[in-house]
Write a protein that binds this ligand. Structure first.
Ligand code: NAD
Length: 499
């Protein structure tokens, strides 16, 4: 059986005493590979290697660093079909969606190609008599990224694309559930001209994460995953003196105003709620029809659209979505369906009983729809992360705004309306980090920035865009004077001011 090893200093790496985890094929339920789980010693080795490589990389001029990114983009594009197939076989998302996962990551690489401009400092000529002030953005040193299973290409590229372009050396700790594509990306970075040791992949679980967070030579860590672990990573990393950004879970609401184009809503909603089996942090698992009669009209159109969804093997090109990632995750989603029933929600479409063509022992769950879900239900308050859509009826606009605003998560939200004033008001008032107006999954483009609010993100800097450049660099400000010998400072004991 294939063993997926670490990738350190430009080569495969394993060490004595390491444990292994199974990597499953969600389509069949079979173990398809083993992945090595790092010990503290392996993490320490990776940090040492990265530290040695970082100094020279930081001294490489930004245009040369950008050229590595240009070449990496070309190589990934050339290899996209193979990477998508590998990604799909470990994650379970359909091939077209796996291609999208890679493409959204590449868009951040495109942003990183502009690093000579994005990392430029600022300059003030003659801030005082004969005094100039300039600032520069310097890399932090060795930094780390800890990523979730649901975007095994995009999220690693969000992080290492910007961090490495800025001159850092990077240690990636990908999800142990779908670890192959991150290693392939690191190999392509090497092929693109990145010096050995600048990008290292260390597989593992809590042991590896803790070792990275505690290591004094790791200066910053970016995390994406579930909220409890994001909170833990934020606190532990901050205690160790690191800069931390930690993105967590989500429960995004789609608000449907009475004037919305319901055909458009339904067409968007089925993809946003059930695409990728609901395993997206920007999915829309809650829909909020507003006002009298809107829910009934929506349900009438939604049921036939749900019936038309095809769930199948992820390589079936006609499938809309494939299996969820593991047997444990399938059970968790089914437990939430049971919980919602016991809480009194009205199950109007049960995905557990739907016929899934060519069903194997894979982790398939059909699309599920609940109506009359209320804010006091635990199945509404918590993240399910599966193909389950919950309808929460709102009496009016203010009720809809408060549902999304008061929820513990605040990643994304969407509003469907033809009324520009209502949309603008909503965007201003809602207590959520990313807003879509007639857009179901408002993942910002790479040169803007990604990040939620409340328990969807810990730390104060977002992913990619200029926020990413700020996260992966520190500012140094220089105040300089080149006296010609004629000026004297008679007031050396007084704090200098610019009167
Ligand atoms: P997860 O929290 O289980 O794992 C994320 C990472 O943390 C993995 O690398 C894992 O190995 C590591 N980890 C797991 N347990 C740990 C522990 N006890 N201590 C330290 N590290 C640990 O998340 P997941 O199931 O892989 O991903 C799904 C979650 O990620 C969902 O909650 C989803 O909403 C969230 N997510 C959020 C965003 C966002 O940007 N907000 C994006 C994608 C996914």
């Amino acid at each position: 059986m294939r063993t997926i090893t670490h990738f350190i200093e430009g080569k495969d790496y394993t060490a004595e005493g390491e444990r292994h985890a199974d990597v499953f094929a969600p389509n069949t339920g079979k173990v398809q590979a083993h992945v090595t789980l790092a010990t503290v010693e392996t993490v320490n080795h990776a940090v040492e290697v990265a530290q040695k490589a970082q100094r020279e990389w930081a001294a490489t001029n930004p245009q040369r660093r950008a050229r590595v990114m240009f070449e990496f983009k070309r190589l990934v594009e050339q290899d996209k079909d193979r990477l998508a197939q590998l990604l799909s076989s470990e994650h379970g998302k359909v091939l077209s969606d796996a291609q999208g996962d890679i493409q959204r990551g590449l868009e951040v690489i495109e942003f990183a190609c502009g690093i000579p401009h994005a990392q430029k400092g600022e300059y003030t000529d003659s801030a005082g008599p004969g005094i100039d002030v300039y600032s520069m953005r310097q890399p932090l040193g060795v930094v780390a990224g800890i990523t979730p299973f649901n975007f095994p290409a995009m999220i690693p590229m969000w992080m290492f694309g910007v961090a490495i372009a800025c001159g850092n050396a990077f240690i990636l700790k990908p999800s142990e559930r779908d670890p192959s594509v991150p290693v392939e990306l690191a190999k392509l970075m090497l092929q693109a001209g990145l010096p050995k040791g600048v990008l290292n992949v260390v597989h593992g679980d809590k042991v590896a994460v803790d070792a990275l967070l505690d290591h004094q030579d790791v200066k910053a860590a970016s995390f994406v995953g579930s909220s409890d672990i994001a909170n833990y990573v934020y606190e532990r990393g901050a205690r160790a003196g690191k800069r931390i950004q930690a993105m967590g879970g989500a429960k995004n609401h789609g608000i449907v105003m009475p004037d919305a184009d319901l055909d458009q809503v339904v067409a968007d909603l089925v993809g946003a709620a059930y695409g990728s089996a609901g395993e997206r942090c920007m999915a829309l698992p809650v829909v909020v029809p507003v006002g009298e009669g809107t829910a009934e009209k929506l349900i009438d159109k939604l049921i036939p659209a749900i019936k038309a969804i095809k769930v199948s093997h992820s390589e079936d090109e006609s499938a809309h979505y494939g299996p969820v990632v593991t047997a444990a995750h399938k059970s968790r989603v089914e437990e939430y369906i049971e919980l919602a029933i016991s809480e009194g929600a009205n199950l109007i479409y049960d995905g557990r009983t739907s016929q899934i063509p060519q069903q194997t022992n894979g982790y398939f769950i059909g699309p599920t729809l609940f109506d009359n879900v209320t804010a006091d239900m635990r199945s509404y308050q918590e993240e399910i992360f599966g193909p389950v859509l919950q309808i929460v009826r709102a009496t009016d606009f203010n009720h809809a705004v408060s549902l999304a605003s008061d929820h513990q998560y605040g990643n994304g939200v969407a509003i469907y309306t033809r009324n520009g004033h209502a949309a603008r008001e909503f965007a201003h008032r809602v207590n959520v980090g990313m807003v879509g107006i007639n857009v179901p999954i408002p993942v910002p483009v790479a040169y803007h920035t990604f990040g939620g609010w409340k328990r969807s993100a810990f730390g104060d800097t977002n992913q990619h865009g200029m926020e990413g450049v700020k996260f992966w660099t520190k500012v140094k400000t220089v105040t300089q004077r080149w006296p010609d010998g004629s000026d004297t400072n008679d007031n050396a004991f007084v704090i200098p001011t610019m009167e």
